[in-house]
Design a protein around this ligand. Structure first.
Ligand code: G5P
Ligand code: MG
Length: 224
């Protein structure tokens, strides 16, 4: 029998605010499983699955995928992670998705990255991604050791089709209209914690301290 603390967290923030970058640090520091809805969709698009083919044009145009499809997809993946602490990145993105998640799981905390839109636009055009793992690089901020190649596997990096300046503008708009209301939803539940700034390295220590304090206060769950 193993005693473990199950912690369920969500990370939110506009496109390019650093959700993937901070999630990797949280996963490494606290041992959470990281599930990114965008990564799940991109892996499906790359593998040309039925879902991927359906979702590709939505994503390329900077629009959100339909709520029912996203909720089914993510809740299904979460079922396999029931015995472990997890961190959801990119889901929920609408109030309807937040309600679907809330019907099944209690969310312990929501980390909100509050980064100015101008900072974000500059970052996304210089982002490089390793598709199979979701690892992200940036030519200025965290360049790969060998240009164009993933540090861990040596496989090629790609630039996302939705990182063009026009699509980034559309993604930011849909964030304002469809995702910002989710912040209010979680604020009203008393679980929202906002971290503001323009540099991940400056925000990260505050998140680390916040989570370190939060974790011991959780109920101990017993897993066998
Ligand atoms: P995604 O994949 O969830 P977004 O738009 O929410 O996409 P994105 O673009 O993945 O978010 P991020 O994860 O917040 O951004 O940011 P990141 O990748 O860590 O950092 C961005 C860049 O900045 C990187 O190059 C990083 O190295 C760099 N960086 C980080 N910190 C710093 C710093 O301090 N300084 C500098 N200079 N650089 C830094 O969703 C994609 C699409 O999938 C669909 C939608 O169509 C969405 O648009 N989708 C959904 N649709 C409906 N419902 C859902 N739940 C959906 N989820 C996904
Ligand atoms: Mg991301």
């Amino acid at each position: 029998m193993v005693l473990q603390r199950i912690f369920r967290a969500v990370i939110m923030g506009p496109p390019g605010s650093g959700k993937g970058t901070v999630s990797a640090r949280i996963a490494q520091t606290f041992g959470f499983k990281h599930l990114s809805s965008g990564d799940v969709l991109r892996v499906n698009i790359n593998a040309k699955t039925e879902l991927g083919l359906l979702m590709k044009s939505c994503i390329d145009q900077g629009q959100l995928a339909p709520d029912d499809i996203m909720s089914r997809l993510i809740l299904n993946d979460l079922r396999a992670m029931d015995q472990t602490s997890w961190l959801l990145d990119g889901f929920p993105r609408t109030v309807s998705q937040a309600e679907a998640l809330g019907h099944v799981y209690h969310v312990d905390t929501v980390i909100n990255l509050d980064v100015p839109f101008q900072t974000i636009k500059e970052r996304l055009t210089s982002r490089w991604t390793h598709l199979p793992s979701g690892r992200v690089y940036n030519v200025d901020f965290n360049p790969p050791k060998v240009p164009g190649l993933d540090d861990v596997t040596g496989e090629p990096l790609i630039q996302r089709d939705d990182d063009t300046p026009e699509t980034v503008t559309r993604r930011l708009k849909s964030y304002q209209t469809q995702t910002e209301p989710v912040l209010e939803y979680y604020r009203s539940k008393g679980v929202l914690e906002t971290f503001s700034g323009t540099e991940t390295n400056k925000i990260w220590p505050y998140i680390q301290v916040y989570l370190s304090k939060k974790l011991p206060s959780l109920d101990v769950k017993v897993a066998v």
